[in-house]
Design a protein around this ligand. Sequence first.
Ligand code: XIL
Length: 554
Amino acid sequence: MSVHSSKVLRVLALAGMVAAFLLPAGSAQASASLRTHAEARGKFIGTALATGPLSNETSYRTIAGREFDQVTAENAMKWDATEPSQNQFTFSGADAVVNFATQNDQQVHGHTLVWHNQTPGWVQNLGATAMRDAMRNHISRVVGRYADNPAVVSWDVVNEVFEENGDFRRSFWYNTLGESFIADAFRAARAADPDARLCINDYNVEGINAKSTAMYDLVSELRGQGVPVDCVGFQGHLATQYGFPNDLQQNLQRFAALGVQVRITELDVRIQMPRSAAKDATQATYYRNVVNACLAVTACAGVTIWGFTDRYSWVPDTFPGEGAALIYDENYQAKPSYTAVHDALAGGTSTDTTPPTTPGAPSAGNVTSNTAALTWTASTDSGGSGLAGYNVYREQGANDTLLGQSTTNSLTLTGLTPNTAYQVYVRARDGAGNLSAGSPLGTFTTPSGPGGNGGCTAVGTVQNQWNNGYVVQPVTVTNTGTSAISGWTVTFTLPPGHTPAGSWNATLTVSGQTVTARNAGYNGNLAPNGSTTFGFQVSRPNGDTQTPSGYTCA
Ligand code: XIL
């Protein structure tokens, strides 16, 4: 654990974790707190704290202390709170959070030292030399104040330095100092507290996309230069209408391979209001999936939720019409999302033996010689572990084959055999692994392949989207001919106002709204029935919900 161990060990001892580790995972009672289960798994479970209710509301303090073993100041450690005028430092809010954490055996993650938001105008208007000096001074004073405090173990050194397309954000920091402010900030933080774990933090980096890949490249480069980046924070501000980033675990794992700690730093899952039982259930699966991804990655230290009660959440103010993003309601009643986090952390103790309801028969649209787009009526799950997804099977008598899995009630099958009749059915899975009965059969027949002249198909899936952009990943390109091909071209049309913002595994050229994707050097060769994938990201006007459909391959 290197230089960080001293602080971590002190906090573990404070938290009484030594005893918790002696218990087999899951031996705690089902009603035990989130932190009891998290500690037994060697992870933290945290919350952001707002100073108002922290000083005014007993229920707030009680739950925050009982359920969480890690805290982050929601606003109290930001620059506008700690250094509103140059060299005038105020730590009243920050100290209140640190004192609460100390009383409750919680570790504190300092948030955040260098950010383009909530930073006073006097900083933004400085010239380059003065700005760099002010940044170093701020880091030295804020980090220095808690350097000997055993509760404060980590810091977000820089926050949100990337644009959605992976470019550096054109913030006043970048515009005045260039990208070197990032390395400078980390070095200043290390000098101020050699034991603290130093993190870079951002949003929309949960899945594998242009922005997270830019983050990955930067962390790799900085560490190669000896810049002390110890940890990467994935904020996790999710919204049920944009889908779950299903490659979260894979993404955490690729960062872990760089040698950094990873953590979920600001998890919330907003819904489009009003609340309903169905939306609560969907939200719970998102919470469960995030916790499970962290549990599955050794280098993931834990999960911090951005608050805990819907009574105090930034979501309704920031995303009009959306809300109810947290695990307790506004009256401090635990929601299904609390149970989901609890049961995921409790791991293996689930007593859910109730399978989901049987899904509807799959119906096939857009059948090509190698692909078919299936949709079916969704299942529901009442056993407590929540609906996890679906398995799609081909009916073949005694030896049915699994054709694919999906987390939603649709799936595009690829790699099908041309000129073949298929009978398929779907079974739903819950979080405890219970499988529903098979749905009624759906049938379709693939047409003949285009022959030996190198035909191909392309099928795109929207993996992740947000207000003004989305990621299409994967686009699966399949050689449907009977002889090998050595290159492919996929064409599609973007809705008006949409512009590409990066791609991987293909080169894009744009003419008007028509986009042409050509294979990269390494993925043009496809054997008959062989396939490869590429992906791309698109910017779109705020509030536009369109995405492209209809990919043609040649
Ligand atoms: C938010 C707070 O929750 C709000 O109270 C405040 O008004 C604005 O900032 N990314 C971050 C957090 O890193 O600091 C932000 O917190 C949410 C987005």
